[in-house]
Design a protein around this ligand. Structure first.
Ligand SMILES: [Zn+2]
Length: 80
């Protein structure tokens, strides 16, 4: 039985492929279809250590990305 650290629910995790943005070395990298365990109570995502390691390796840019996208940025100090 797995208890969610974020909301305290138990047995609410299911395996899903998620999109996950990560800031590495000052730039945003978006990983798609990442295998994760997602709490369907609060949305907390858990990754296997191996998955995190793979994202860090890919984030170093040793392999070309699937595609490039421009990312809009909103700074709450400026716009809200
Ligand atoms: Zn939760």
């Amino acid at each position: 039985m797995k208890v969610c650290r974020s909301c305290g629910s138990s047995n609410t995790f299911e395996e899903r492929a998620v999109s996950y943005p990560l800031k590495l070395n000052g730039r945003i990298i978006i990983f798609e279809n990442v295998p994760a365990l997602v709490c369907h109570q609060c949305g907390e995502m858990l990754f296997q250590p191996e998955t995190v390691r793979q994202m860090e390796v890919l984030g170093r840019g040793e392999r070309p990305p699937t595609r490039m996208e421009r990312v809009p940025v909103y700074d709450f100090a400026e716009v809200v």
